[in-house]
Ligand binder design. Structure first.
Ligand code: NDP
Length: 479
C-alpha cells in the first residue's frame, strides 16, 4: 500500500481533484473509475503526478495506507450509493469514505448512519468552485465525525483554496452539516446572480448604455464594496461580442435560465424549517419563470406600465442601483446564514457561522471581500439572531435604503421585474415593522378554524366565539 489518499470517479471533477491532490507535497493518490478508460487517460496525460491506478475496488483498497481515505466524485444519487456499497465491502473499520459530490444533505445523513454501523467513517463534503476550483483549490465544506477530521483535515487543508493566508476548509459539523452548508452556499449564489441580473436589466433599460459600457460599470463596482467573483465575471460576460453576429453575446443568448436543483433544495429546506429565504426563493422562481416560453408568449400583450423608464441623471441612477444591489445582497446573505443557523438547531450541529463566511472567501463562486464583514459580525456576536443587524450592515443599509426604495419604486412604476430587489426590501421592512398584519391573520384563523390567538396585554391563549355571541373565552394553548 503506497497511497495516502484515493479518488473514485475520474470525470472532470474527480480527475481535477486527483491532480490537485497529487500536486501537493507528500501525497500519493490512488485513482479508480468504473470504466477503465478514464483511469488510463488520466494517468497517461499526467506522468508527472504520483498516481497509483487501480482497476478494481479490491486493488484500490489494497493500494491505500490505513486508515484508508477515499474521496468519491461520481454522479450524485444512485452512483454515490453504488460506490459506497462497493467501498464498504473492501474497506475496514476506521477507514474513511468521503463523498465530495453534490449530495442532498438528508441523503448524507442517511448514508453516514448506514456506513457508521460498519465501523467505517463517512464524511459528506461539499466541494465548491467547479472544475477549475477542484484543480487549483476549492472551498471545501466537510461534515462527518471528529475522528475522521483528524486524518482528513490536513489532506483537505493542503488542497483547498487559500484566502488571506487561511485555507478555505473547516470541519463544518457532524454528518450532513457540510452538504447542508454547501446547499445554502448555492442558494445564496442563485440570489447573488439574480440581483446582479436585475441591476444589469435596470441599467440597460434605464440608460442608453451598451452591454460593453455596462461592463465598465460592473468593473468599477468591482473596485468597491461589491468586489466579488460574480461581479467580476459579469463584466467579462457583458463585454463579450458574439463572433457570428457581431452583437453583444448577452443579446444572442436565449433568455431561459437553467438550474441543477441545489437552489430549489435550499428553498424547500427553508420552507420545512420555517425560515424566510425570500430573496433566494425569488431567484429560483425567476429562473423558472424565464424557462416557460409558452407562458411568456401568451402573456406578451398584457398591459404594462404607462411609461417606459426614462432616467435623467444616468450616473445618479446607476449609483442608486448599486446601493439597491448591495442592500439586497446583505438581505440574501442574512437569510442564507439564518437558514444555516436554523438547520444547525434542527439537526443538532454545532456550526461556527463566522468560520463558514471565512471558507467562502476563496475557491467558490460567491467569493467576495464582503464575507470578511460577515465573519467579523459573528466573531463579535456569535449568537447574532439576524446578520443584517450587525453594526457594519446597519451602517450599509442606512446608507442604501433611500436608493433601494427609489429603485424598487421605479422598477414597479415602469414595469420592470425586479423580484429579488423588491422581495428583499419587503423582508427588510417586515423585520423592522413594529406591528405586522399577522395579527389580522391570527384573527382570520381563529374565525374559520378556532385556531386561537394570544394577546398583547396578557398571557395565555384566547378564542372569540365568532359564530355565537362573539365574546372572548380563554382557550387551551393549541396554536
Ligand atoms: P458526473 O456527475 O458527470 O459523473 C460521472 C462520473 O460518475 C463518472 O466517473 C462515472 O463513471 C461515475 N459514475 C456514475 N455512476 C456510477 C456508478 N453507478 N458506479 C460508479 N461510478 C459511477 O461527474 P462530474 O465530475 O461532473 O461531477 C462529479 C460530482 O461532483 C457530482 O456529484 C457533481 O454533482 C459534483 N460537483 C460537480 C461540479 C461541477 O462543476 N461539475 C461542482 C461541484 C460538485 P463512468 O466513467 O464509469 O461512467
Amino acid at each position: 500500500a503506497s497511497a495516502n489518499i484515493g479518488v473514485v470517479g475520474l470525470a472532470v471533477m474527480g480527475s481535477n481533484l486527483a491532480r490537485n491532490l497529487a500536486s501537493r507535497e507528500g501525497n500519493t493518490v490512488a485513482v479508480f473509475n468504473r470504466s477503465r478508460s478514464k483511469t488510463d487517460e488520466l494517468v497517461a496525460a499526467h506522468p508527472e503526478a504520483e498516481f497509483v491506478p487501480a482497476f478494481s475496488y479490491e486493488e484500490f483498497a489494497a493500494s491505500l495506507q490505513k486508515p484508508r481515505t477515499a474521496i468519491i466524485m461520481v454522479k450524485a444519487g444512485a452512483g454515490t450509493d453504488a460506490v459506497i456499497d462497493a467501498l464498504t465491502g473492501v474497506f475496514e473499520p476506521g477507514d474513511i469514505i468521503v463523498d465530495g459530490g453534490n449530495a442532498l444533505f438528508t441523503d448524507t445523513i442517511r448514508r453516514e448512519k448506514a456506513v457508521r454501523a460498519t465501523g467505517i467513517n463517512f464524511v459528506g463534503a461539499g466541494i465548491s468552485g467547479g472544475e477549475e476550483g477542484a484543480l487549483t483549490g476549492p472551498s471545501i465544506m466537510p461534515g462527518g465525525s471528529d475522528e475522521s477530521w483528524v486524518t482528513l483535515g490536513p489532506i483537505l487543508r493542503s488542497i483547498a483554496a487559500v484566502a488571506e493566508g487561511e485555507p478555505c476548509v473547516t470541519h463544518v459539523g457532524h454528518d450532513g452539516a457540510g452538504h447542508f452548508v454547501k446547499m445554502v452556499h448555492n442558494g445564496i449564489e442563485y440570489a447573488d446572480m439574480q440581483l446582479i441580473a436585475e441591476a444589469y436589466d435596470l441599467i440597460r433599460r434605464g440608460t442608453s448604455k451598451t452591454p460593453a459600457e455596462i461592463a465598465d460599470v460592473f468593473a468599477e463596482w468591482n473596485r468597491g464594496e461589491l468586489e466579488s467573483y460574480l461581479i467580476e465575471i459579469t463584466a467579462e460576460v457583458l463585454r463579450q461580442t458574439d463572433a457570428a453576429t457581431g452583437l453583444p453575446l448577452v443579446d444572442v443568448i436565449l433568455d431561459q435560465a437553467g438550474a441543477k436543483g441545489t437552489g430549489a433544495w435550499t428553498v424547500q429546506t427553508a420552507l420545512n424549517l420555517g425560515v424566510p429565504v425570500s430573496g433566494i426563493a425569488e431567484a429560483v422562481f425567476a429562473r423558472s419563470l424565464s424557462s416557460h416560453p409558452e407562458q411568456r408568449a401568451v402573456s406578451r400583450d398584457l398591459p404594462g406600465a404607462e411609461e417606459d423608464l426614462e432616467v435623467e441623471d444616468a450616473d445618479a441612477f446607476i449609483e442608486d442601483v448599486r446601493l439597491a444591489l448591495y442592500a439586497s445582497k446583505i438581505v440574501a446573505y442574512s437569510q442564507g446564514f439564518d437558514e444555516i443557523r436554523a438547520g444547525a438547531a434542527a439537526y443538532d450541529w454545532t456550526i461556527d457561522l463566522g468560520a463558514i463566511a471565512k471558507i467562502w472567501r476563496g475557491g467558490c463562486i460567491i467569493r467576495a471581500q464582503f464575507l470578511n464583514r460577515i465573519s467579523d459580525a459573528y466573531q463579535t456576536t456569535p449568537d447574532l439572531p439576524v446578520l443584517l443587524t450587525a453594526p457594519y450592515f446597519v451602517d450599509a443599509l442606512t446608507r442604501a435604503q433611500g436608493a433601494w426604495r427609489r429603485i424598487v419604486a421605479t422598477a414597479a412604476a415602469s414595469g420592470i421585474p425586479a423580484p429579488a430587489f423588491s422581495s428583499s426590501l419587503a423582508y427588510y421592512d417586515g423585520l423592522r415593522a413594529e406591528r405586522l398584519p399577522a395579527a389580522l391573520i391570527q384573527g382570520q384563523r381563529d374565525f374559520f378554524g378556532a385556531h386561537t390567538y394570544q394577546r398583547t396585554d396578557k398571557p395565555r391563549t384566547f378564542h372569540t366565539q365568532w359564530s355565537g355571541d362573539r365574546t372572548e373565552v380563554e382557550a387551551e394553548d393549541t396554536h
